[in-house]
Write a protein that binds this ligand. Structure first.
Ligand code: NAD
Ligand code: IPM
Ligand code: MN
Length: 351
């Protein structure tokens, strides 16, 4: 029986609640499909910080390296610690393990109400592909004379030809398995170095994929179209920050951020990939037991698929779809009255 090793990093706030439910789904799927999961949990985040004064140990990347995958809840405890400290391990993980593809499916599922009044299930079905290793999230900059009237700060984005080309090629390949259409987010009307380079590389790469329709759209208009006509998009690719913003918007138009999964992928598998919901630690509902665990459970399905257990992944996704379609056991964000663990139990039982 094959055994996979998973590092479980629940993190902070609702991350802890939703990962507990995702673990139930993982265990149920392993039982049904006949493989073993060796899951090791790490209490990094605010809990570890209370004990040690650090959010993660210095060697946390070394600790994670041998795993087959990492399953993360959410990090961030803004009442106690500044976000730019708490979130360092997450960004370091993505960049050091070069998980350069961030996949964020945006699908309107049957049984869920969208705030867009005229859209039906099936009409919103896109994949946001976020460049996850560089761009606006590179740690390049500095602050000078902090707090003074003449304070100065500089935050430099770095986009490389290699980084842009590989994410565009990945997106074209992915489009071939979907509806053969990619849209690239740009802003080349104002950002005349980096985004002009993205436009140019798109034009260079596209002829290698003559069977895929491609276009580009400025990020402002693209955001508007996510609300106005999301049905026109299939694969939507963008820089790190553009992809971040589009994926929260994507969660909102399909009914709740609590339904939106994500995968941070290192395609050649030299390092483990990381699976986590799109949402954060949600301090406004933390500790209330009402966070929707479906984003985390669907992220577990993406993890299983990446590990090479597509049957188990489909069973988890099917259980989520059945739960939503029935509509009996659901959390308040999508109009229900049940708790996080009620939903997790219902989905695990269906698996
Ligand atoms: P958030 O995603 O935590 O919450 C935004 C809104 O969505 C809140 O109203 C919240 O209640 C709601 N929401 C989010 N997930 C939900 C769920 N599963 N069920 C029901 N409702 C849900 O974003 P925020 O409030 O901007 O950030 C809170 C903290 O999380 C900050 O510290 C932020 O930096 C961090 N954060 C971490 C990650 C991550 O770990 N990947 C992602 C985003 C934000
Ligand atoms: C996400 C989050 C992170 C990001 C934060 C927590 C650094 O918003 O995963 O979408 O911006 O990448
Ligand atoms: Mn985000």
């Amino acid at each position: 029986m094959h055994e996979y090793r998973i590092a479980v990093y629940p993190g902070d706030g609702i991350g802890i609640d939703v990962i507990a439910e995702g673990v139930k789904a993982l265990k149920a799927s392993a039982g049904r499909f006949g493989f073993l999961l060796k899951m090791t949990e790490y209490n990094w985040g605010h809990r570890y910080w209370r004990e040690t004064g650090q959010v993660a140990p210095d060697d946390f990347l070394e600790i994670l390296k041998p795993y087959d995958a990492i399953y993360l809840g959410a990090v961030g405890d803004p009442q106690n610690l500044p976000d730019h400290i708490t979130l360092v391990p997450l960004i370091k993980l993505r960049q050091t393990f070069d998980q350069y593809v961030c996949l964020r499916p945006v699908q309107l599922l049957p049984g869920v109400t969208t705030p867009l009044c005229d859209k039906q299930p099936g009409q919103i079905d896109m994949m946001v592909v976020r460049e996850n290793s560089e761009g606006e999230y590179i740690d390049a900059g500095g602050a000078f004379k902090v707090g003074r009237d003449d304070e100065l700060s500089m935050q430099t984005a770095i986009h490389t030809r290699k980084g842009v080309e590989r994410i565009l090629r990945y997106s074209f390949e992915l489009a071939r398995k979907r509806r053969r259409h990619i849209t690239m987010a740009t802003k080349s009307n104002a950002m005349k170095y980096a985004m002009v380079m993205w436009d140019r590389i798109l034009a260079e790469v596209a002829p290698d994929f003559p069977d895929v329709r491609f276009d580009k759209c400025h990020i402002d208009a693209l955001s508007m179209n996510f609300v106005r006509q999301p049905e026109q998009y299939d694969v939507v690719v963008g820089s790190n920050l553009f992809g971040d913003i589009l994926s929260d918007l994507g969660g909102a138009i399909v009914g709740s951020l609590g339904l939106a999964p994500s995968a941070n992928i290192r395609p050649d598998r030299q390092y483990p990939s990381l699976f986590e919901p799109v949402h954060g630690s949600a301090p406004d509902i933390a500790g209330k037991g009402i966070a929707n665990p479906i984003a985390a459970i669907r992220s577990a399905a993406m993890l299983l698929d990446f590990l090479g257990e597509p049957g188990a992944a489909q069973a988890v996704e099917a259980a989520v779809i059945a739960n939503l379609a029935e509509g009996r056991v659901r959390t308040p964000d999508i109009g229900g009255r049940h708790t996080t663990s009620d939903v997790g139990d219902d989905i695990a039982a269906r698996i």
